[in-house]
Design a protein around this ligand. Structure first.
Ligand code: ZN
Length: 632
């Protein structure tokens, strides 16, 4: 559902008003996206003819020497290329598009006379007294220059951080300061210049490049420029600039692109055609939450927001993640809430925050029962799930997980769904009892694909323990987590299953809550694991590098922590060696540690101080090598 033009215009007006009253509720990027959308869909909307009018300002009104029309805009490469094809410049001059407030500096006979704000583009506020205090204003120009210099009033990040961090951003702060009656703070603003126009016949510059050089020669702060031969290069350059944008000392919101010739006639248009603002693609936008769908994956119910479509990072976004019920409550979201949606690069779009509730908003309902088995759902805030261990959804998800963790090709969800719905497969063990004829009966399957699917499945016989456990879809337990437990010595299914929660939690990188999930989860799925192993089709790989002889485990029962550089091996290899010899390696010092290993016992490092406090013995690398059986 697309929002209507009227709705959109109301949004623009509302947020424009917040913005001018110095209380913006949405980011500039989100506002720009709204503005652009309205401009694209209703270019003649009356909103566009009353830009930036603030007649309550009380400053005298002055007519511009160079009209400031509204700028042509492109926010996608496609739009820029179309514009370039239309104007066909020989070359392109490309500059940063500063995110500040436009200003015209007027000169007469070489002397700075007036500073005029953008106003409505034709007439602006005379804020000369303030402008005289700003950085980058050249009071006297040579050759009795009469005309105008155009620039942007900006505040640097440094100044913003130091003095105005209470303002939403640099531009807001600059806008407020430049219009103060007492002129206070104007010395914190800088005028950066990019254009000039001579009133008269003798011109100190013939084209745009000479103009920029002239500006810099007079002592104005200028915006750096690049010259490109093709529009494709500009598209690439925008990506480059977008990356270094955060490191610049001032805000920019895109690039300004123009041709090399000075075209005075074009500049006088309400909307000059020969130059364009090529904006960064928006990563945030304002939308309205219209509906919440509860997507079911296994036993988990996850909220997904359906929003009014918005353009973000080059794509149309209609759905955004809401993560879990607690987040909805924390943000205070309702159906009919205006929200900020973000999408950065390849990341899944998400709801960033609530802006406000529209009048007709309603509460978001959290489902109470499982849509599959009817069991009452459990809402733990961070997860909403069906607690029924035999809920079909949960079973099906486990099958999908097994196929995906083992990376079985040509055994997709569609096939799995058919097998499940036909009652042929309920749990993983059932997969290995299938005959190709049963698969071949499904529509569109045939003998070849049926044999291929089963062949791929049975090709995987020996599975590492961590992968085996992860394949059983225990909540919160990915393969890497289990591997940490395996590395810590729980390297058989029996060892894992019988370990006490506190022992599991003592392993490096395992939180108490994870340890609990492993213990409960394993207890739940163990019968299924047994049935799978009983088929003989799959076996768990024997633990690596653990010999049967007692001598091969010289470090059994010992825990080590390494600190400082080792001479004969890398720390990771040393830790590997400890595990291979039956011991455990830890990254931090605790009372349970057997030894701290270091070559620099006098370094005074925090680990060594802690070892001394706790009475943990400190040994050298050489002593460690001897213990591990590497040296006599
Ligand atoms: Zn259920």
């Amino acid at each position: 559902m697309e929002r209507s033009i009227d709705e959109l215009a109301r949004l623009v007006e509302y947020h424009q008003d917040r913005y001018y009253n110095d209380q913006p509720e949405i980011s500039d990027a989100a506002f720009d996206a709204l503005w652009d959308e309205l401009q694209n869909r209703a270019p003649d909307h009356p909103i566009f003819s009353r830009v930036g009018t603030d007649d309550a300002s009380g400053f005298p009104k002055v007519r511009h020497l160079m009209p400031m029309g509204s700028q042509e805009k492109a926010s996608s490469p496609d739009q820029l290329l179309k514009w370039a094809a239309r104007v066909s410049h020989r070359r392109y001059i490309v500059q940063y598009k500063l995110d500040g407030a436009s200003l015209e500096l007027q000169y007469r006979d070489g002397l700075f006379e007036r500073g005029v704000t953008r106003g409505d583009g034709v007439v602006g506020d005379d804020i000369t007294a303030n402008v005289r205090r700003m950085q980058g204003v050249v009071p006297r120009l040579p050759n009795r220059f009469t005309g105008a210099v155009r620039g942007e009033v900006i505040m640097t990040h440094e100044i913003h951080r130091r003095y105005y961090s209470d303002k939403a951003n640099c531009r807001n702060a600059a806008n407020g300061l430049m219009k103060r009656k007492d002129g206070e703070g104007s010395e914190h603003l800088t005028v950066m210049c990019y254009d000039a126009h001579v009133d008269g016949d003798t011109r100190p510059f013939d084209d745009e490049l000479a103009k920029l050089t002239w500006l810099a020669d007079q002592g104005f702060h200028t915006v750096p420029y690049e010259v490109f031969e093709s529009a494709e290069e500009i598209v690439h350059y925008r990506d480059v600039v977008a990356e270094r944008r955060a490191e610049l000392e001032f805000d920019i919101d895109g690039l300004v692109v123009k041709g090399p010739e000075i075209d005075w006639a074009d500049m006088q248009r309400a909307r000059p055609q020969k130059q364009i603002a090529f904006k960064f693609s928006a990563e945030e936008a304002l939308s309205v939450l219209r509906e919440v769908e509860w997507s079911v994956s296994g036993h988990l119910y996850t909220p997904v927001a359906h929003i009014d479509p918005v353009q973000l990072a080059g794509t149309t976004v209609r759905r955004a993640s809401l993560v879990h019920p607690e987040l909805i409550a924390d943000m205070g979201l309702r159906v009919g809430s205006e929200v900020i949606v973000s999408k950065r690069g390849d990341i899944i779009p998400k709801i960033e925050r609530l802006v406000r509730h529209l009048p007709e908003s309603t509460e978001i309902t959290v489902p109470g029962t499982c849509e599959v088995c009817g069991t009452d759902l459990v809402n733990e805030g961070k997860r909403l799930y069906c607690p029924n261990l035999t809920c079909p959804k949960r079973d099906f998800h486990r099958l999908q997980k097994w196929i995906s963790v083992l990376d079985v090709r040509d055994f997709g969800d569609v096939l799995l769904g058919k097998l499940f719905d036909a009652g042929l497969v309920r749990e993983i063990a059932d997969l290995y009892a299938l005959e190709w004829e049963q698969l071949a009966e499904f529509e569109g399957m045939g003998e070849t694909s049926a044999r291929k699917a089963l062949g791929n499945l049975t090709a995987v016989r020996s599975v590492p323990l961590a992968r085996f456990v992860a394949g059983f879809d225990i909540f919160g337990i990915a393969e890497l987590k289990v591997q940490k437990l395996v590395d810590a010595g729980f390297d058989t299914l029996e060892a894992l299953r019988h370990a006490a929660v506190e022992d599991l939690a003592a392993a490096d990188g395992i939180a108490e809550v994870t340890a609990q999930q492993v213990a409960t989860g394993l207890a739940e799925v163990y019968p299924k694991m047994e049935r799978l192993l009983a088929t003989g089709a799959v076996e768990i790989e024997a633990p690596a590098s653990r010999d049967a002889t007692a001598d091969a485990d010289p470090l059994a029962g010992l825990t080590f922590c390494f600190t400082g550089a080792l001479e004969t091996m890398k720390r990771g290899d040393a830790e590997q060696l400890v595990r291979a010899r039956g011991g455990e390696a830890r990254s931090s010092v605790s009372g349970a540690l057997s030894y701290v290993v270091t070559n620099d016992p006098g370094s005074g490092s925090s680990k060594l101080r802690k070892a001394a406090e706790l009475g943990v013995p400190v040994i050298s690398e050489e002593e460690f090598r001897r213990m591990a059986g590497l040296e006599e």
